[in-house]
Design a protein around this ligand. Structure first.
Ligand code: SF4
Length: 320
């Protein structure tokens, strides 16, 4: 029951082609981090019929079928305060049943969840830590419920110390506010120093009421004026910066990342033209991890004298 005595919607595992063809789980409907640019949390809340961020019901956990791989979380944050306990419970359940996990967060991973992930290291695809800027004022305005940038970045050290794959995720990048070369270089250098293995970045996109909400915030007024192109995305179109600016910035980031031994990728779902350009890895997933898993499946099958069964693939059909 929620605070109004209403039954809470249940946690579900679903397959989502737009998240690099992966299974996905939200632990909350809506998200208390309340990022100003985020359309997904509001959509997730609406779909589940709640009007404020609500922890989902995990009491029927044992009825969930563990998928081969899962992403946390498409429309919420696995380490928002309302989600953190459920996330640990869910991970314990799924990891012990062989599921591989990938996580993106702007929160803080608790010590005991880090220890759990370390116990199942071969099943951890990676944890991407969301920090687009070191500017506290920018982050307080745009990401009012999230912890400050430095404690978020500390996740990278703590993950790397345990041998877990960590990435820096700059998403969303606001033009002018976030994409100056000096600021991008400083962030990538910091991520590399802390032990990240990859950088991923995607420009902001918005439409309809979410774009109107952004336009009302003076801090991003200039950025919003640069969202002039209706970019083709998985599932529709949204306003974003011109393609040329994306390719320039992603090219710059890829070069800086490579100079520090880090790989770079961007989310191909958020601009199909970037994916089609073939200039960058356009999967948000840890492709190195997936290749390793694929080879292990093939090796094991060969050892058993069998054909490999549905190895993990990047944009393959559902892997359940
Ligand atoms: S943390 Fe993620 S899901 Fe939550 S409001 Fe921010 S962008 Fe949306």
């Amino acid at each position: 029951m929620d605070s109004n005595g209403q039954p809470r919607p249940s946690v579900t595992v679903s397959f989502e082609p737009r998240f690099c063809a992966n299974h996905v789980v939200d632990l909350t409907a809506g998200c208390s981090f309340g990022c100003l640019y985020c359309p997904f949390a509001a959509v997730g809340a609406r779909l589940r019929g709640v009007s404020r961020p609500t922890a989902l019901d995990l009491s029927r956990l044992n009825e969930l079928t563990p998928p081969p791989s899962v992403f946390l979380s498409p429309a919420s944050d696995a380490f928002a305060p309302q989600a953190v306990e459920s996330t640990h419970t869910l991970l314990s359940y799924l990891l012990s049943r062989g599921t591989t996990v990938g996580i993106v967060t702007k929160g803080i991973v608790p010590e005991r969840t880090l220890a759990l992930l370390a116990d199942y290291r071969p099943q951890v695809e990676g944890v991407a830590v969301g920090v687009t800027s070191l500017d506290d004022h920018r982050n307080t305005v745009l990401e009012p419920g999230c912890p400050p940038a430095r404690p978020r970045l500390d996740n990278i050290d703590r993950l790397a110390d345990r041998g877990l794959p960590a990435a820096l995720r700059l998403d969303p990048l606001f033009p002018v506010l976030d994409d100056r070369p000096g600021a991008l270089t400083a962030l990538v250098e910091e991520a590399a120093r802390r032990g990240a293995s990859a950088v991923t970045a995607t420009y902001v996109f918005a439409w309809g009421r979410y774009l109107r909400r952004l336009r009302r915030e003076p801090l991003v007024a200039e950025s919003c004026r640069l969202l002039t192109e209706r970019a083709p995305m998985e599932g529709g179109r949204a306003f974003s910066v011109p393609l040329a600016r994306k390719l320039d910035t992603y090219g710059f980031l890829a070069e800086v990342a490579s100079g520090h031994g880090l790989s770079f990728n961007t989310c191909g779902c958020k601009d199909l033209r970037v994916r089609e350009s073939g200039l960058f890895s356009a999967s948000c997933r840890n492709t190195w991890f997936l290749e390793e898993r694929k080879e292990a499946v093939i090796r094991n099958a060969a050892r058993r004298g069998q054909a490999p069964v549905a190895p993990l693939g990047l944009r393959a059909a559902p892997r359940s």
